[in-house]
Design a protein around this ligand. Structure first.
Ligand code: FMN
Length: 190
């Protein structure tokens, strides 16, 4: 799989098989985050893996799933078996502006996951306070995002956007469709 193919194949997945993801698989993704582009090369992020069954169960209620779908939250038996918490180290980046760095790191992890036939869901809608407590995150670290990692138990595909409608939807075959704007729409040329 080349990079272009991984970019096209990578989709947000919200139903997972129950295969346990081991730490070595997550460490391989984190190693790709390690090599990402970072502002001023500060590399201010830390990564906390979550694979323990008990802990995985405790994380789930503090993640919000698929705002555009009526029934987008995975049920028991469809939930992720592993997560990576992306943390910003305030002792390294004093202005605590971690969002773009985290985006670069997560993109590397998601593309490598795609190549390894793993599926991901990136979470911004999370209860950071509760999760920091559950994960016992130390005071100098800020929880930026959570990335769910697992094996896909649903299909997702891109489709052309109509009438500017950004809402992803489930089609009659149970395939998630994610509308993307056209190249013509997003390129500004004179
Ligand atoms: C910053 C950010 C935050 C996101 N937060 C959530 C979230 O809290 N819950 C969720 O189900 N999906 C979340 N997503 C996934 C997006 O909904 C998804 O990327 C988008 O619908 C496009 O689908 P695609 O990733 O398959 O291209 C987030 C994505 C990004 C980039």
């Amino acid at each position: 799989m080349n990079v272009r193919e991984a970019i096209e194949k990578r989709r947000t997945i919200r139903k997972f098989t129950q295969r346990k993801i081991d730490k070595a698989e997550l460490h391989e993704l984190i190693d790709c985050a390690r090599l990402a582009a970072y502002g001023a090369n500060l590399q201010p992020l830390k990564f906390r893996t979550i694979t323990d069954e008990n802990e995985v169960e405790k994380v789930f209620p503090h993640t919000k799933w698929a705002g555009y779908l009526k029934d987008g939250t995975p049920k028991v038996g469809e939930r992720p078996t592993a997560y990576i918490a992306i943390l910003g180290d305030s002792t390294i980046k004093k202005n605590e502006d971690f969002g773009v760095d985290a985006g670069a790191a997560i993109t590397n992890m998601m593309l490598r996951a795609t190549e390894l036939n793993l599926a991901t869901c990136w979470f911004g809608s999370i209860d950071r306070k509760e999760l920091c407590k559950i994960l016992d995150i130390s005071e100098n670290l800020r929880l930026i995002y959570i990335l769910a990692v697992g094996e896909a138990a649903q299909e997702s595909t891109i489709c052309d956007m109509t009438d500017g409608d950004v809402k992803y939807f489930m089609d009659e075959n149970g395939v998630l469709n994610v509308p993307k704007r056209s190249l013509e729409e997003i390129i500004i040329e004179d």
